[in-house]
Design a protein around this ligand. Structure first.
Ligand code: ADP
Length: 396
């Protein structure tokens, strides 16, 4: 019996020993597997984290980023690129030539692969709202120099091009505006020197014309300087509480003679209680330009009224209205542009520079307000502008 028990015990002891060893092995194996799994998870997480960091970086970039795979299909297009190209969804997996509406994009990818990179290539996107981009592309290769794809970066040049064009137009316009009175002054002076001085009447008439064009040059240069100072932010607005009615009255005093020449009736209907936050001198310039236009382009013998009301708690809306010929609908958007005139000849004849409304817009914007026009062709025009209101109840 005992040997059997001993044998059994030995077997149990052995089995227990084996089981213990096996368990240790198993535990060790499990620990190792766990450790490996943990390492893998950590690496995976780090990779995921890195990828999401890169994704966040791409998503937050202002530049458009496009990644193609080695076959030239879209692998990634960041939100900026979708916005710049007007795409609704990422065209992932689709051939670039079919899905990215940039002329010559597939050819650019080929050249980037051939040369390694392409820098600062300009492309235009035609359409109702044309856009321009500066594109750089680089071929992506792995450690073994095998092609892995192509990376594009799109830098939006649209605004830059528009500003460049505006600047070119502005210089051309200024030169043209200066040349006209100058050539007239030169022409009349030459005629006088050529013998016209012998007739007194002709001489006086010519000298008046020269004087008028010299005045035009002066106004033009003054307006240009004002615009340039306003646009470059050099003008510091001296904001103070101002009674709007007083501003209007000061302007009407200056313009009464001009209005009388055209038998135009001027009416200051601004309530005496209305106060605005503003730079008094600049606001006089706004009212002067608007009332001067109303006299110039309004009906001879007509009526010009200036009014104002508190439109919201913090805002005053003021207006200058006339009963003249009005402004055609297609011109209403453009009259605030520099040098835009509905009738160039008429504006010049009246001594206009084409800059008055542009100056008005700048000054009102610098006050945080808005300016707009309402017009009925054949019936009249009203210019509205808003200004911050001095709230007397709050001020006490
Ligand atoms: P200008 O020096 O030519 O008057 P503005 O910038 O003041 O330049 O005005 C631009 C154009 O807007 C004018 O040439 C004119 O055609 C039009 N305009 C401005 N005010 C009026 C108005 N009250 N009635 C009709 N047209 C106007």
């Amino acid at each position: 019996m005992w040997p059997w028990i001993a044998g059994a015990a030995a077997a149990v002891a052995l089995a227990t020993a084996w089981t213990a060893r096996e368990r240790r092995w198993r535990d060790r194996l499990r620990d190792q597997s766990l450790r490996i799994a943990e390492l893998r998870t950590q690496r995976h997480l780090a990779l995921v984290e890195e990828q999401s960091r890169q994704q966040a970086l791409l998503d937050s970039m202002l530049e458009g980023v496009l990644v193609l795979d080695e076959a030239g299909c879209v692998e990634h297009a960041n939100p900026a690129l979708l916005r710049l190209l007007g795409l609704e969804a990422e065209p992932r997996g689709r051939p670039v030539a079919e899905s990215v509406p940039v002329p010559g994009i597939a050819d650019l990818a080929r050249r980037a692969i051939q040369h390694g990179r392409i820098t600062d290539h300009e492309v235009g996107l035609p359409g109702p709202a044309p856009r321009a981009f500066q594109v750089s592309a680089v071929a992506l290769r792995d450690a073994d120099r095998i092609l892995a794809g192509t990376l594009f970066v799109f830098h939006d040049l649209t605004q830059h091009k528009r500003l460049e064009e505006q600047r070119r137009d502005f210089v051309a316009n200024v030169s043209h505006e200066l040349r006209t009175p100058l050539s007239l002054i030169k022409g009349y002076t030459e005629t006088l020197l050529g013998g016209a001085m012998d007739q007194r009447d002709t001489m006086v008439r010519f000298l008046h014309t020269i004087d008028r064009h010299a005045d035009r040059l002066t106004f033009l240069i003054e307006d240009l300087l004002t615009i340039s100072r306003l646009e470059s932010g050099q003008v510091v607005m001296n904001m103070q509480p101002v009674f709007l009615r007083d501003v209007v009255e000061a302007v009407l005093d200056d313009l009464r003679r001009r209005a009388n020449e055209r038998s135009v009736q001027l009416r200051n209907e601004v309530p005496g209680s209305i106060r605005v936050h503003g730079d008094g001198d600049r606001l006089q310039q706004v009212v002067l330009n608007l009332v001067d236009n109303a006299i110039k382009y309004g009906k001879p013998g007509g009526d010009v009224a200036i009014g104002a009301r508190a439109s919201e708690e913090d805002i005053v809306e003021a207006w200058v209205s006339d009963d003249g010929g009005g402004i055609p609908p297609e011109a209403r958007e453009r009259i605030f542009e520099r040098f835009y005139r509905v009738d160039r000849g008429r504006s010049r004849e009246q001594g206009g520079t084409g800059l008055g409304l542009s100056i008005v817009k700048h000054i009102i914007h610098a006050h945080g307000g808005e300016v707009r026009v309402a017009s009925d062709v054949g019936k009249g025009t009203t210019f509205f502008f808003t200004l911050p209101r001095v709230n007397d109840e709050v001020q006490g």
